[in-house]
Design a protein around this ligand. Sequence first.
Ligand code: PLP
Length: 374
Amino acid sequence: MEPLRRHPEGRALRAEVDLRKVARNLGRIRAAAGGRGVWGVVKADAYGHGAVPVGKALMEGGATGLAVSSLEEGLELRRGGVRGPVLVLGGLRPEAVPAASDEGLAVALVGPEHLEAYARLLPAHPLKLHLKLDTGMGRFGFLPSELGPCLPALKVLAPWIEGAMGHFATADDPDQGFAQRQRRVFEACLAQLRDGGIHPSQRHHGNSDACLRNLLGDDTHVRPGLALYGLTLVPEGRALGLEPALELVAEVARVKTVPAGTTVGYGRTFVAPHPLQIATLACGYADGYRRDLGNRAVVGFRGRTYPVVGRVSMDYLTVALPVEVPAAPGDPMVLYSGDPAAPHSLERVAASLGTIPYELTCALHRRITRRFFT
Ligand SMILES: Cc1ncc(COP(=O)(O)O)c(C=O)c1O
């Protein structure tokens, strides 16, 4: 979806994305991955950060290429002027092969179902293929048991097979047992391919956490997403100095002083215990700021944090400030902080909701203005 065009006097809610931090995170994750090539994962509009600007920053920063989930996301990158390698992770129906070929997209081959159709199409519509192996994720990919019977058909596609890939289900789990098992299955599949005369020049099984936890085996490339945005759910990520690239900032729309006993918002779930100021911000659950953050989250303002009070509604939320704190319409308040240690960092807000930061950034609505710092 195109972003909603901003009017200079319009609603003041911004996702501020620092592309310099994205580039630095790329450098850090590449170092953690021992210098392997990086397919930067920018699906879902770069996890809500803005696929085209983030993608360009990653390519300028030396990424091998960009990974997206669908044909449409790949085409969006091309329309935005991204020229480097783009890999469609979610596979492609044969009908879409010509379009992907015209745009020079690489595609994950996610199972045996279209082998014949691809063999018919690729001579006229060439595509680079990355063979997806289901080593234990249980969604896309050839099962190891399917590989043997498919080898003759895969051999026909060998000229186009550039990569072999898998995906960890538990790279963030301190118990690495299952991840190690997936790695062994991957190696066994690669050996099977080699025996069948198929030699992918790229091998990649690792997401962000696999880079951070050294689960990379003999891979040539990695496929991080979350870490590029400076977000992480494992201690190794913070130790690496990843910098959260996104802050969500809303300007105060209205501020007023209310007496003790005033109730705020739908359902009257907040009652002012004493006189205080209520600042109303134009950010609500329609923007992706979850309804259950009311009476739970805090926002940053003038170096301190203040509580979100009452229910978050579709377009607005309300913040309680002591009466003596100077606040005026137009003042910026930080809803998601770029400081990973802040109580309103994306990781902490997500944890308070029992979810993961991916879900919060991906939910940021197109009506939020994206501002990029380069
Ligand atoms: C196939 C694939 N590879 C790589 C990634 C990147 O994972 P992460 O953001 O955890 O690094 C994802 C994300 O969901 C994915 O689906």
